[in-house]
Each structure stands twice: as C-alpha cells, then as structure tokens.
Design a protein around this ligand. Structure first.
Ligand SMILES: Nc1ncnc2c1ncn2[C@@H]1O[C@H](COP(=O)(O)OP(=O)(O)OP(=O)(O)O)[C@@H](O)[C@H]1O
Ligand SMILES: [Mg+2]
Length: 411
C-alpha cells in the first residue's frame, strides 16, 4: 500500500459522519479511484487506486491538491484547468451531482492519465452539505483498446479498398490490353505501307504512335501483374548466384554514370522464392536507385546473413518470426527521401515522378512479393543521404552460397 494512502478506517477521524458513509475495506480495494473532500474541497480520504492515478500519495488536508487530489487537471484538449474552476469545485456551490465528466490528470512527473469522474455531494441528515465523493475511473486501458480497434478497422478498410482497386484495375487493364493488342496488330500491318510511302513525316508519326502503344502495353501488363493472383513456383535460390546472373542487366539498366558495386557475402544462405519475382524486385529497386542518381553515384547490392529477433529488428510487420534471414540490400547514394515521401513510399500508385515516367507500382509490387515470401522489406533514407532498401528472406536450409566460389565478381 502507498505510504500515505488512506486506509480510510485509520485516517478518518473516529466517528466522522463522512467515514460512516463508507465501507472502508471495500473502498480501499476498489479498481476505481475514490476520494472524499470536505465542504472546503480539501481531500480528507482516498483509496489506493486514487493514489495510483495521481501518481503520488498526498497528505490528507494538503491544500495544494484541493478538490481533486491530483497535481494538475487538464481538459481533453490538454488545457490546464485551475482546481477552483473544475466541476469538482462547482459541486460545492450547485450541490448537484456531476456524472461522466472526462478529464486528464497530469502527474507531477508530466505523465497523463485520462479519467472519467462521477462526483456526488454528501449531506448529513439535516441536509447540510458535508463535502463530496468522487469516483474516478482510469481510462488508459480502455483508450488503448479503442486505439487498437480503430487501427484494425482502418487497416481492414484500407485492405478492402485495395481489393476493390485491384479488381477495377485488373478489369480496366484487361480491356486496355485487348484494345492495345488490336492497335499493335494494325500498326504492324501498316509498317510495310509506311515504308513504301517513303515519307519522313509519316515515318515519324508512325514511330511515335508505335512507341506510345508499346509504353501503354507495358503499363497495362504492369497493372495486370499487380492485381492478379497467380500461382507462383517457389524454388531454392542462391541469392549470390541470382545477383551475379543479373549483374550485366542491372549495369545496362543503370547506365554508365552509375558505378555498380556487388558485395556478396560467401556465407549468405539459400532462400525460397520465385526466381523471376526476385529478379524483378531487384531490378525495380535498381531502376529507382538510377532515377534517384541523375548525376551519377554508386549503387551497392549486397547480401549477408542476419539473425533477427524482436529486440534487434523493430521494423517488422505482423508476420515476423525471429530467426535467420538472408538479407539483400540495395543501397544508393542518390537524392534520398523526405519523411513525407518515405511514409507513402510503398502505397500503390504513389509516385513523385513526372506524368508518364512512373506508375507508382514498383515498390508496392516489391513489398507484396517480399511479404508473400514471409520476408520483411525495410527502407532507410534521408534527403541528400541516399536510400537503403533491405529485403529480408527467411533462410531456407543450412546451405551457404556456392556462387562466388571460383567466380570473379564483375567489376
Ligand atoms: N531509391 C530511391 N531514392 C529516392 N526516392 C525513391 C527511391 N525509390 C523510390 N523512391 C520514391 O518512391 C516513389 C515510388 O516508387 P515506386 O517504385 O513505387 O514507383 P515509381 O518508381 O515512381 O514508378 P514505377 O516503379 O512504377 O516506374 C518514387 O516515385 C520515388 O519518389
Ligand atoms: Mg519504381
């Protein structure tokens, strides 16, 4: 029991008319804070839970904590309310009960406890007001539960919304694809005639048209890939072998201004994934890195093995299981991202690129793939400091990479 907490039977004056209104033992152990004030608003008795809410055990009769026993009271908006202006003080004038009054107790250490108060005036047999009794319900647990519930509801709403977006997208992309296929076919048939016409203007317009149709076809295919659920073949994958195999493709994609640095750990372990999706994820990240380094820089793609648990890996999502992970990192020295971009970076259709330059689907596809493989995708970035994307895949078996034994890493 807190040192000065009132065991009501001990600290109330013997024979007090207030004391006689309470069953002492019962009140002391209530899960609700209860305290009594006399007709001048001075706290004369309180139970254990009241002291816990206040974060201290004030001396009975202390005028500093008049009316409420707490160091400070705040409105729900966080504005300090002087004790004399609270409903607790008013009740002594109005003589009427105050019910379901929400307020915030600020403790001396600055921590806050939201509470629900019910205040009842107490009278003697002659109708003289003796003071009031306040029962204070600690709302911390309830508010935490409400927040968790809201979070769940909004996540559910978001996922339902995404499912609808996925369905619409897939339907639209499908129709577009059909139309584009007809246009493509018509263009191929036209090609010979354009050549025969030997008109440079016509050839230019034809080339423009063909390029646009190709770009639109690529976009529609991307959308279809994003919204479709296809059965994918999972296989045992040596991460180093995959990255070595992709090196020349990545080098072509990023161009000559950017240096590619492959840093492959010989102890990187095998993982289980769909090979094509893994390659496409790395390529997506490499192209994003290229776009973030228009004036050149270094793209580092590395592998390593890491043991992750909840203490050393705080970014995990809800599927996270502690254990050994193979980590593929894609690190650039580019423009980096501001916090507001970082917040939305995995959201489908989020892009900061100019119209026609990006669909904003790249990273959401990467994340979808990593999640499907029971992995974790993390990102760290600061404006001007480059970005680091890490794909963590659960290790598959105990075998280490064989790919870099006897194989020269590409320069
Ligand atoms: N390495 C990076 N450095 C800086 N910003 C990045 C990086 N990677 C992604 N971004 C930011 O995240 C946004 C979303 O990336 P995402 O790959 O999903 O779409 P996108 O690259 O814009 O379009 P798409 O991949 O469909 O061509 C980008 O527009 C960019 O603002
Ligand atoms: Mg992209």
């Amino acid at each position: 029991m807190p040192k000065n907490s009132l065991s009501i039977s001990v600290q109330l004056p013997a024979g007090s008319s207030l004391a006689s209104k309470l069953n002492h033992e019962l009140i002391e152990h209530l899960p609700v804070g209860v305290y009594l004030c006399d007709a001048s608003g001075t706290v004369v008795a309180y139970n254990r839970k009241a002291a816990e809410i206040w974060g201290e055990t004030p001396s009975v009769g202390d005028s500093q904590v008049k009316f409420c026993g707490a160091h400070k009271l705040l409105t729900l908006q966080g504005v300090h309310v002087p004790h004399e202006q609270t409903p607790l003080a008013e009740i002594l004038v109005t003589r009427k009960a105050v019910t379901n009054f929400r307020t915030i107790v600020e403790r001396r250490d600055g921590s806050r406890v939201p509470v629900l108060a019910n205040i009842v005036p107490l009278f003697d047999d002659a109708g003289t007001m003796l003071g009031f009794m306040n029962s204070v319900q600690d709302l911390r647990h309830q508010i935490e539960q409400e927040l968790a519930q809201q979070h769940l509801e909004s996540a559910l709403f978001q996922s339902q919304k995404m499912e609808v977006v996925g369905q619409i997208t897939s339907g639209l992309a499908h129709d577009f694809n059909n139309q584009l296929a007809s246009m493509s076919m018509a263009l191929s048939l036209m090609e010979k005639e354009v050549e025969t016409a030997n008109s440079s203007r016509l050839s230019k317009y034809y080339a423009l048209c063909k390029e646009s149709v190709e770009r639109a076809t690529g976009l529609a295919e991307n959308l279809l890939r994003f919204s479709r659920k296809r059965a994918k073949r999972l296989e045992r994958v040596d991460p180093n072998q995959i990255l070595l195999g992709m090196a020349s493709l990545v080098r072509t994609a990023i161009g000559s201004k950017i240096l590619l640095n492959l840093s492959l750990a010989p102890d990187a372990r095998f993982l289980k994934a769909n090979k094509q999706q893994l390659e496409s994820a790395v390529l997506n990240l490499a192209i994003n890195a290229r776009d973030a380094m228009p004036d050149g820089g270094t793209l580092t793609i590395s592998t390593h093995e890491a043991h992750l648990d909840r203490a050393n890996f705080s970014h995990h999502n809800s599927n996270f299981k502690p254990g050994s992970y193979t980590v593929i990192s894609v690190i650039d020295t580019g423009c980096g991202m501001a916090p507001e971009v970082l917040d939305k970076v995995f959201a489908p259709f989020f892009t900061t690129k100019e119209d026609g330059q990006g669909t904003g689907l790249g990273l959401s596809m990467v994340r979808g793939f990593v999640n499907e493989m029971n992995g974790q995708l993390t990102v760290e970035s600061e404006p001007g400091q480059g970005s680091c994307f890490r794909l963590h895949f659960p290790c598959y078996g105990s075998e280490h990479s064989i790919a870099i034994d006897g194989v020269d890493q590409p320069r």
